[in-house]
Design a protein around this ligand. Structure first.
Ligand SMILES: C[S@@+](CC[C@H](N)C(=O)[O-])C[C@H]1O[C@@H](n2cnc3c(N)ncnc32)[C@H](O)[C@@H]1O
Length: 187
């Protein structure tokens, strides 16, 4: 995906993964693409990056991976808060996941985050079934962040793409930090 973005003209793309093996492999694979940087890092603690230093963050599969681990809700909250911290006001977090809104919206809606969330649902590539809607149109969400009643999911293996726009206001000093979260979790 990053290599496609570089081909599309994006100039500065930082890729992270917790696995040093993956990072080394990708660094070698794309050594000739100066637009791509690779850093081994835990998405729950990206303190090497300063606040509001990114225009956009894209996740494909990392939150899904965290949701399979221990302390999944805490890990998800840590990741979402870190992404929110790193984004400039008005920046965009694009979450590509297998999680439907009932499984993802509660984790995106951290108390200090002011996301405006738009959802797209794409069938897996090669899906042969009948799609009776344009996949480029957003799927509406209910007030409580669920799919509307009667919504038909054509492909059970669809990708959910949550486009989350950060509010324009500056980050408040009351924002909980990672240590607040750890404290809450141990109470
Ligand atoms: C499903 S794979 C997706 C990989 C890649 N984004 C892609 O689309 O091909 C999930 C990745 O999340 C990484 N991962 C798991 N926990 C992580 C964490 N806490 N911080 C950063 N990366 C993590 C795994 O090492 C794995 O490479």
């Amino acid at each position: 995906m990053s290599e496609d973005m570089a081909a599309d003209g994006y100039m500065e793309i930082i890729n992270i993964d917790i696995s040093s093996v993956i990072i080394e492999m990708m660094r070698k694979k794309y050594f000739d693409l100066a637009q791509l940087q690779y850093m081994q890092m835990d998405v729950r603690d990206m303190s090497k990056f300063s606040d509001e230093s990114f225009d956009c963050a894209i996740d494909k599969g990392t939150l899904d991976s965290l949701m399979c681990g221990v302390e999944a809700p805490l890990s998800a909250a840590q990741m979402v808060l870190e992404v929110d911290r790193l984004l400039k006001p008005g920046g965009v977090f694009m979450l590509i996941t297998y999680g439907d809104p009932s499984a993802r919206i509660p984790h995106l809606n951290q108390p200090v985050c002011s996301w405006k969330i738009v959802l797209y649902i794409l069938p897996r590539s090669g899906f042969k079934g009948n799609i009776r809607r344009s996949v480029f149109d957003p799927v509406p969400l209910t007030e409580s962040g669920r799919l509307p009643e009667g919504f038909v999911l054509e492909d059970p293996d669809s990708h959910y793409i949550y486009v989350c726009k950060k509010g324009q206001e500056l980050t408040g000093i009351d924002s909980p930090t990672l240590s607040h979260l750890k404290l809450q979790d141990s109470e």
